[in-house]
Design a protein around this ligand. Sequence first.
Ligand SMILES: [Zn+2]
Length: 175
Amino acid sequence: MAWVHDTGYAPAYEHTGYPVSILLDGTETASSSARTAAEAIGWRSACDCGWRGMQFYPRSEWPSASGIASDDVDGWESGTATFAEWQRHLARALPELAVHDLARQLAEIEERLQAAVHAARFAGLSWSRLRAVTSRATAGSVRLRGMADEQARVTSRSGRLDLAPQAGLGGPSPS
Ligand SMILES: [Zn+2]
């Protein structure tokens, strides 16, 4: 099996990993090669960029009738073995990858948070109530998008901070 870090960060696509088969004469071949079944004596973690893992996985210790690396050697499902080595290689080759992935996850979560806030506002919750909920959950590190704008608008319209639903906003009145 080949591994691709598929989170949308272009440089990561230059690092396709896989367990490469080692033949008796020391040469390497792709696991899918026809030569593999008879001649593979083991496997090593490998990457398209040319990187190779230090650990050798001898076929004598990791039996494989087909000559293709077993799931234990591949390690993709369990996050171990050749796959784990390749992941460490990826983290060293692209130290910014974790930043990219977490920033992307954060952006997705912010989108979901804004949708939830919108739904809560539509249900009649005040900004002060939502602010209290989010600061309790995040120690004040999350700022609700749209809150400042709407508060400014409400303040300038009424001359004071009035969080009651305004006519024409479309939300139901709290009972
Ligand atoms: Zn690589």
